[in-house]
Design a protein around this ligand. Structure first.
Ligand code: ATP
Ligand code: MG
Length: 218
C-alpha cells in the first residue's frame, strides 16, 4: 500500500483537485484506490458522490474525528488534507504518508504563504528523519505570466533540511477541464483525449516522479 498526501494549509491551492485526479489515474490503471478526505468540508467525498457507477471505482473514506481504517487490499491511499492545517495535526498527517505533494498556485499571497509553510514543513521530525518524500507542484498556472515565473523560480530554489533540492515535479495549467470533470465526479484522464491531451501531458513528470524510488522514503 502506498499513501500520498496532498498538503498545503493555504486554501484553494488544488489539494482536492489533485487528490481526486490522482485517485482517478490509479483507478484507471486498474489499481484499487482509496480517497481519504480529512477536510470537514468533505469536498473529495462530495466529488465521489457524483461519480458515475460505470467508472472505475474509488473507495471514499471521510476521516471525521475518529481513527481512519483503511480496508485491506488497497493499492493507493490518496489523502486530501484540509486548509489551515498546522502544528500537531499537520505532523500527524505527514507521519501517515509515504509521499507528500504540495500544490502551490501562482499568486503573491499564495507564494508568501508557501514560504512560511515550507519553513514549518522542514522542521517536522518525519521530514528531518527522511521518513517521507516531498515534492511541490505548481497548479493553476497560466502561460506567460510573471506570477508563473516567480512561482517556478521559488519552487526550484527550495531545499530539504539536508541541503538537497526539494523536487519540483510538475506545472499544471489552469484549465476549465478540471472544473468540467469535477462537477461530474470524473478526472481529466477520463475526458475526450482531443480536449484533455494538453492537460494530461503536464501530469507526466509527476507520474514519472511518483513511479521513481525518489518519491518513497528509503
Ligand atoms: N488546474 C486548475 N485549473 C482550473 N481550476 C482549478 C485547477 N485546480 C484547482 N482548480 C479550482 O480551484 C478551486 C480550488 O481548488 P481545490 O478545491 O482543489 O483546492 P483545495 O486546496 O482543495 O482547497 P481547500 O483548501 O479549500 O480544500 C476549485 O474550484 C477547483 O476546481
Ligand atoms: Mg480541498
Amino acid at each position: 500500500m502506498r499513501s500520498i498526501l496532498l498538503l498545503n494549509p493555504k486554501g484553494g491551492s488544488g489539494k482536492t483537485t489533485l487528490a481526486t485526479n490522482l485517485a482517478v489515474y490509479f483507478a484507471l490503471k486498474g489499481k484499487s484506490a482509496a480517497l481519504i478526505d480529512f477536510d470537514p468540508q468533505g469536498s473529495s467525498i462530495d466529488w465521489l458522490a457524483e461519480r458515475p457507477a460505470d467508472r472505475p471505482p474509488i473507495k471514499g473514506i471521510a476521516a471525521g474525528e475518529g481513527r481512519v481504517r483503511i480496508p485491506s487490499g488497497i493499492d493507493y491511499v490518496i489523502m486530501d488534507a484540509p486548509a489551515g492545517l498546522h502544528g500537531d495535526m499537520l505532523a500527524s498527517l505527514v507521519r501517515r504518508a509515504h509521499t507528500v505533494l504540495v500544490p502551490v498556485v501562482p499568486s503573491p499571497i499564495d507564494l508568501r504563504a508557501a514560504i512560511r509553510f515550507h519553513d514549518e514543513l522542514m522542521r517536522l521530525s518525519a521530514v528531518h528523519k527522511r521518513r517521507v518524500a516531498i515534492a511541490t507542484v505548481a497548479n493553476r498556472v497560466r502561460e506567460n505570466s510573471t506570477n508563473r515565473d516567480l512561482l517556478e523560480d521559488f519552487l526550484r530554489s527550495l531545499k530539504l533540511p539536508d541541503g538537497r533540492k526539494l523536487p519540483f515535479v510538475a506545472c499544471i495549467r489552469s484549465s476549465q477541464n478540471y472544473l468540467r470533470a469535477a462537477e461530474r465526479g470524473l478526472g481529466i484522464f477520463e475526458g475526450a483525449p482531443s480536449l484533455v491531451a494538453h492537460d494530461t501531458e503536464l501530469w507526466r513528470p509527476l507520474f514519472k516522479w511518483l513511479n521513481s524510488k525518489r518519491s518513497v522514503p528509503k
